[in-house]
Write a protein that binds this ligand. Structure first.
Ligand code: F6R
Length: 236
């Protein structure tokens, strides 16, 4: 595990963006596992800037996102597809056909989970998975539980996750109660994992995840077993 401590959100975003940009330069058709939320916005802004400069080419990049809210389609401005389009995909020269987000409107979520895992396998697996960490230690939407779930699956969101994500909605009541998320197998199967975290509120959970017991009660703790984990944080 490599930990890069940074001073603030801007520095975290720059250092993490450099790591992702290096992946893109080294493998122009890399499969990037992408995340939404507040943490990666600055990172994406840097990638957009370097794409505009002509320093970074997304034309052959493939992507798979971690998760999507159940019941929201990509046109809904609270959906994670919409987030990705507005923060990254519409702003760089990526082929939208090569970008993938779980289908929040699937008629059969078990079938959607199987489809998503097969898709990841058919792409040859994920080269670099970007992660944020939730206040309860979730990654993707793998919430604290009695066991780790390997496959892409539907989860009931934890009350703390609903509360944390209410800031993006009119009220907590509007936050969907369920999401489809890549499972721990998909995340742990990535060749490299890049975890970013900023803000004092993430300090305790990050320490638990990286140095505490490996337990499904803190899903991110499983990352301790990943052979190529880089953490870029600004939590002091
Ligand atoms: C988002 C995701 C979540 C977030 C986490 C942290 O696709 O999978 O696990 O990374 O909830 O969110 P922020 O960055 O908003 O603190």
């Amino acid at each position: 595990m490599k930990i890069i401590r940074t001073k603030n959100y801007e520095e975290m975003s720059l250092e993490a963006a450099k790591i992702m940009a290096a992946q893109i330069v080294l493998k122009p058709d890399a499969v990037l596992g992408l995340a939404t939320g507040s943490s990666p916005i600055g990172l994406y802004d840097n990638l957009v800037k370097w794409n505009e400069n002509g320093d970074l080419d997304f034309s052959a990049i493939r992507s798979v996102n971690l998760d999507e809210y159940c019941g929201l389609d990509g046109k809904n401005d609270q959906s994670y597809r919409y987030f990705m389009d507005t923060h990254l995909f519409n702003r760089v020269n990526i082929d939208k056909a090569n970008t993938n987000v779980p289908n929040g409107k699937a008629a059969d979520y078990a079938a959607e989970g199987a489809r998503y895992d097969e898709l990841i396998a058919s792409l040859g697996g994920i080269d670099m998975q970007l992660l944020g960490i939730g206040p309860d230690g979730h990654i993707g939407f793998n919430e604290p539980d009695e066991f780790f779930t390997k496959e892409t699956h539907v989860v009931d969101l934890d009350p703390s996750t609903i509360e944390a994500n209410a800031r993006f909605f009119a009220s907590a009541d509007d936050v969907p109660r369920q999401a489809v998320t890549m499972g721990m197998g998909g995340i742990m199967g990535a060749k490299k994992v890049l975890l970013i975290a900023s803000g004092a509120s993430k300090k305790e959970i990050l320490e638990k995840a990286l140095f505490g017991p490996i337990t499904p009660e803190v899903p991110a703790s499983l990352l301790q077993l990943h052979p190529d984990l880089t953490v870029v944080c600004a939590v002091d």
